[in-house]
Design a protein around this ligand. Structure first.
Ligand code: AMP
Length: 215
């Protein structure tokens, strides 16, 4: 399947994408994960992105398109992909449209995961992430804590609160979402691709996507 996952930070795009990869081998492509990996590795890309990310601002479109232009043409994308956190602006969506046309790929749908703001705020402030750039496992202090406090179950690295998940950075990220990313819903509606799923459980979102793909 070839899907775009839309939704505010904390809507569950990453969780849903991971579950969907298990269905048919489509790959999850998270620009946030790629950028955090670059920051952790201290690469040029990471250095260019870090300050934007820490403030809760979007990284410039040119940097993102530089990453995605090549990523979408890698071999593992041939089985399908789940775009998680990309596109995030209208210029990115327009550039993606051109890129996909050039490489002969058609999207199946753009899933808009719609979750109430109070649920989002609660999820983001209680979310913790493995600081190992190659792992980035997600935990939640209330609903899914690591077995040993502060230590990743998968790789043993420290589990921390992301710099952009302080209350201040979160409210800025949500404002940025409303201003720059929410208009993508209209963009993909015009393309006839939007499926809105209003659900807080990832299983409900997965079932809605499966039903739509089968219809
Ligand atoms: P995420 O993990 O998707 O919430 O992304 C974390 C941060 O990475 C965002 O707040 C942005 O600073 C940056 N980022 C991720 N994806 C994009 C994108 N498509 N466009 C611009 N910035 C992005």
């Amino acid at each position: 399947m070839k899907l775009i996952l839309l939704g505010a930070p904390g809507a569950g795009k990453g969780t849903v994408a991971k579950l969907l990869t298990e269905l048919d081998g489509s790959v999850q492509i998270s620009t946030g994960d790629i950028l955090r990996g670059a920051v952790a590795a201290g690469s040029d890309l990471g250095k260019q992105a870090q300050d934007f990310m820490n403030r809760g601002d979007l990284v410039p479109d040119e940097l993102i398109m530089g990453i995605m232009g090549s990523r979408l043409q890698e071999d593992d994308c041939s089985k399908g992909f789940l775009l998680d956190g990309f596109p995030r602006t209208i210029p990115q969506a327009e550039a993606l449209k051109v890129l996909l046309k050039d490489i002969g790929i058609t999207l199946d749908m753009a899933v808009n995961i719609d979750v109430p703001r109070d649920v989002i705020l609660d999820r983001l402030t209680t979310r913790r992430t493995c600081e190992n750039g190659d792992c980035q496992a997600i935990y939640n202090v209330k609903s899914n804590p690591p077995k040993e406090e502060g230590k990743c179950d998968k790789c043993g690295s420290a589990v921390v609160q992301r710099a952009d998940e302080t209350t201040e950075a979160i409210s800025h990220r949500l404002e940025t979402y409303n201003e720059k990313t929410a208009p993508l819903i209209g963009f993909y509606e015009n393309e006839g691709l939007v499926v809105t799923v209003s659900a807080t459980s990832s299983d409900d979102v997965i079932n809605a996507i499966k039903a739509k793909l089968a219809s």
